[in-house]
Design a protein around this ligand. Structure first.
Ligand code: ACM
Ligand code: ZN
Length: 530
């Protein structure tokens, strides 16, 4: 934290309202002692190096966010109000530095993504100002994120959200400096990824005629369960997905797809019952919970199916990481299945959990041949982890700690700090129905992704953190926004700030400004704090 910050901002008083104290807070905000300002005027030029398409796109974002006029420059930038440039000296490609002085405004990045984050910071700094001319105090404003992996997961299996909204969701991530969109595409309640080699899969597997009202009473307690009469349907075509992948990439966001296997597969089993241990029949689940029916690990057709699906996943998603789920996959069916038991004998396995490792290893090999890497939920540790797997620790920090000690890379997303499907206020009646729990914005903010149990060396295996938004009870785009905001703002400071730079009280003040911006942008958010 910069020592000049408080005093300088104070001495400027009413002269200039812009103070660059946005969310996530830049590491350095050094205001010039002169108190001078440079006007930022709508229609002014924003220059970008002529030979760089990404920088041109960055200039277009400056047009969209700040009303500036993009203009290419050769070698030397001259006479521009705002100059975008590369070459900032930093090991961190996402680092940026904004300089405001008599020459105007310069946003320099260590790479194109850094410039983008600098533009976002300038955008947020002025977003709540009125008029076409804004006085920018002379200053140096610099930042680099603490973690390279800064994620947010959205479950589009339990409820389908339209492509146009997924773009809005990506915009919201970009506003918060988040660079990974973990997209949960398949589950017991819906299959939403088009697989061209299996045309029936998404067509039939994406539809359920009704959905449970309220919480599960018990999966098979038909007498006491009430269902609505609203069909839930929809899936993403590969053409739509390619569009979204590009849309995200322009905003320096990688979409990491998740095909959850071998559990959470009933929607697929409803289309291909022969892939289940009992042979079904199965139906796309209209209720929630952990389902006993999973893919049969002893049927060779299961691996053929997985490879068809993941082959097409790799074709449409350029992400290095591919998430294969692996959570909540009960082994009861495998225990009772002659094919699974025969497979265990053949492989010399003694525990059903090892069948999951067998699947993971096959999948990892398949992904490696395509130059991809596997992410799995922390259950994938149970039967032994495949060699290069990355673990997403959700049931707490323990799985992540164990994985890091084994020198596996880890993404921390423990329920207690990161499950934004939980209630965000104490008074449950003051908010829409949620799955349970209680996760106020302060608790997200408190998260420390690198547990004290890890040595410095082991701590380096923690790639970052993410929030997860499961959507059993989240039914509309507005509702997604309400669950995300402002908790995502807290997560963005977990992801960007060093541990000793965080300060919840100060954050709360900055958050009030960000909320005004949410309002301007038309985003729904939770207005109370606890
Ligand atoms: C999970 O929340 N089942 C990963
Ligand atoms: Zn089986």
């Amino acid at each position: 934290m910069n020592l000049f910050l408080a005093a300088a901002a104070f001495s400027l008083g009413a002269m200039a309202e812009v103070n660059y104290q946005v969310v996530p807070l830049p590491q350095t905000i050094q205001l010039d002692e002169s108190g001078k300002t440079t006007p930022l005027i709508k229609g002014q030029t924003v220059g970008y190096p002529a030979d760089n398409a990404q920088m041109k796109r960055n200039a277009e974002f400056a047009r969209e966010y700040l009303g500036l006029t993009p203009q290419a420059y050769e070698k030397k930038a001259k006479g521009l109000a705002v100059t975008l440039s590369l070459g900032l000296k930093s090991e961190n490609p996402d680092a940026y530095c904004i300089t405001v002085d008599k020459k105007g405004v310069t946003i320099q990045g260590a790479s194109e993504s850094g410039v983008f984050y600098g533009i976002q910071t300038l955008r947020k700094s002025v977003a709540n100002e009125q008029g076409d001319t804004i006085a920018l105090p002379w200053a140096t404003v610099a930042a680099e994120p603490r973690f390279e992996y800064r994620g947010c997961m959205l479950d589009c299996a339990r409820h389908y959200f339209p492509v146009e909204f997924i773009k809005t969701y990506i915009d919201i991530l970009a506003l918060h400096g988040i660079n990974k969109f973990h997209w949960h595409l398949t589950d017991d309640q819906g299959w939403r990824f088009e697989v061209r080699a299996l045309p029936e899969l998404a067509k039939k597997g994406s539809y359920r005629p009704y959905t449970i009202v309220g919480n599960n009473v018990g999966l098979w307690d038909a007498d006491n369960t009430i269902y609505d009469d609203t069909p839930e349907e929809g899936y993403y075509t590969q053409a739509e997905i390619k569009q979204l992948v590009d849309y995200a990439a322009e905003r320096y966001i990688t979409i990491i797809p998740e095909i959850d296997l071998p559990g959470h597969m009933v929607a697929a089993l409803s289309v291909y019952p022969e892939l289940g241990c009992t042979g079904g029949p199965y139906f796309v689940r209209p209720y929630w919970g952990v389902d006993p029916d999973v893919l049969c690990a002893g049927n060779p057709k299961t691996m053929e199916f997985i490879k068809k699906v993941l082959g097409e996943i790799c074709e449409v998603f350029p992400s290095k990481f591919i998430h294969i789920g692996g959570d909540e996959s009960p082994r009861d069916r495998w225990k009772a299945c002659p094919k699974c038991q025969a497979k265990m004998k053949e492989l010399g396995l003694t525990k059903e959990a090892q069948l999951q490792t067998f699947i993971n290893k096959e999948v990892e090999k398949f992904l490696q041949e395509r130059n991809r890497e596997l992410i799995g939920w922390d259950e994938t540790l149970e039967g032994g982890l495949s060699e290069n797997a990355t673990v997403m620790s959700w049931r707490g920090y323990e799985g992540g700690i164990e994985a890091a000690k084994q020198h596996h890379r880890v993404i921390m997303t423990p329920t207690n700090n990161c499950y934004i499907d939980y209630y965000q206020l104490k008074n449950q009646h003051a908010q829409p129905k949620a799955i349970g729990g209680y996760l106020p914005v302060s608790k997200v903010y408190d998260m420390e992704p690198v547990p004290a149990e890890l040595s410095e060396e082991e701590g380096k295996y923690i790639l970052g953190a993410q929030c997860n938004l499961w959507t059993e009870y989240v039914v509309s785009p507005d509702h997604v926004e309400y669950m995300l905001l402002p908790r995502l703002a807290a997560m963005s400071e977990v992801q960007w700030l060093q541990k000793d730079q965080k300060n919840f009280e100060q954050f709360t003040g900055r958050l009030e400004e960000l909320k005004k911006t949410y309002r301007k942008l038309g985003y729904k958010f939770c207005t109370s704090q606890e």
